[in-house]
Design a protein around this ligand. Structure first.
Ligand code: GDP
Ligand code: MN
Length: 380
């Protein structure tokens, strides 16, 4: 789960990583009040779950309450990479002498936390990694040893930070960021930029924070940070119903049972020249209600033009899935053509049930390849 900048900064603050004072605002009037309370020059920052806000005009300095209100008017409603701004973070403005970059990520290959630190902050890190990889100091932390002070020194020297005051502060930030990362079950904590003020104070000016979804049960406070309005309606419905749903950008909606089967269905759609709009995994169950829920989620995606139902029944039974499809069709209006391929347990019974009911928009195909072709044709 991705957190907003202000939520990530709240976690940073709890772990003692220095951040600026700020307030959340959802209207220009609130931005004005926030600026009055902070009482100095402020920066008004769009809160959206995407990066590059600065370039998109989502971050503006303001001279005082009047100006903060005006800047808030400009930023609210702005579309940043498909995310419409509804919330602002109004923060005491910082003077910036230097912009560094610091992140902790989970390196799955190494099975370790990876720190990256560079003095060339403020820019996209992928860009820097490609252009001058030697400028990026990297450090893996062994989870059994934990984070050691000598490692902090190594990564700081590696990045070429030679000011003793900065070294001291970054030492402590690294140690705290490691604790913050591990204790929050994060998969990413990125500070870009980590700034040095003209007085030599080091502070996190931005936060990109991702927490492992599967660990949220351990963190009620972080789980409560989820903003349902940040997700499209079908993703919200999927989460509420416990349906595994992934949005893609083609026009064939895919429903299958089991991750492996769903992945190969995506491949077969591509093979016959189509593009999946999304996919839902019914998992091992595939009971009638599960089918109803999944079809509801898939058809809520406006990009879907046809639906491919690919079931290979082992534990699942095709007759149960067939009844689920008919139940869904009786409960929700589905105008999209639906192509069904059944194989495995009770496939024949499943096909018979569908043939008897014979809904006009339902097409049964004998193989995965033929079903994929049909679904792609019907989407055209
Ligand atoms: P991003 O564009 O989404 O990564 O948003 P950031 O929070 O990183 O802000 C982008 C840029 O805006 C930073 O790199 C800074 O140059 C600038 N910026 C943000 N906050 C302040 C501030 O308090 N003072 C000044 N002078 N610049 C700021
Ligand atoms: Mn940034």
């Amino acid at each position: 789960m991705d957190l907003y900048e202000y939520q990530g900064k709240e976690l940073f603050r709890r772990f003692g990583i220095p951040v600026s004072e700020g307030r959340l605002a959802t209207s220009p009037a609130e931005a004005r009040t926030a600026a009055e309370e902070i009482g100095a020059q402020v920066v008004v920052k769009a809160q959206v779950l995407t990066g590059g806000r600065g370039k998109a005009g989502g971050i503006k300095l303001a001279d005082g309450p009047d100006d903060a209100e005006r800047k808030a008017e400009d930023i609210i409603g702005l579309d940043i990479n498909g995310h419409v701004v509804r919330k602002l973070w109004v923060e005491s403005a910082s003077e910036i002498a230097k912009e560094y970059y610091l992140s902790a990520t989970f390196d799955r290959g190494a099975k370790k936390v990876l720190f990256m630190l560079t003095t060339e902050g403020g820019i996209e890190i992928e860009e820097l990694a490609a252009r001058s990889p030697e400028a990026l100091a990297r450090l893996h932390v062994d989870p059994l040893e934990g984070f050691q002070p000598y490692q902090a020194r190594r990564v700081i020297y590696g990045a070429g930070i030679d000011d003793p005051g900065e070294q001291m502060q970054i030492m402590s930030i690294l140690e705290r960021l490691y604790r913050c990362f591990v204790e929050s079950d994060a998969t990413l904590c990125e500070i870009n930029p980590l700034i040095v003020t003209p007085e030599g104070e080091v502070r996190a000016l931005d936060s990109k924070f991702t927490v492992d979804e599967n660990a949220l049960y351990k963190h009620e406070d972080i789980a409560a940070m989820r903003d349902p309005e940040a997700y499209p309606p079908e993703e919200r419905a999927a989460r509420e119903k416990g349906v595994t749903y992934v949005k893609l950008d083609g026009d064939v909606g895919i429903l299958g049972n089991g991750a492996g089967l769903v992945m190969s269905t995506l491949d077969v759609i591509a093979l016959v020249g189509g593009r999946p709009a999304n996919f839902c995994d019914l998992g091992g169950g595939g009971d009638a209600q599960g089918v109803v829920d999944a079809l509801g989620v898939i058809t809520a995606d406006p990009q879907v033009k046809s639906i491919l139902f690919n079931i290979f029944a082992g534990i699942t039974r095709c007759d149960v899935v067939a009844r689920g499809i008919l139940q869904a069709l009786s409960e929700i209006t589905i105008e999209h053509p639906i192509v069904v391929r059944f194989d495995g347990t009770n496939a024949e019974e499943g096909r018979e049930i569908l043939a008897e009911a014979a809904p006009p928009n339902l097409h049964v195909e004998p193989t995965m390849l033929e079903a994929a072709r049909r679904a792609v044709e019907l989407a055209a």
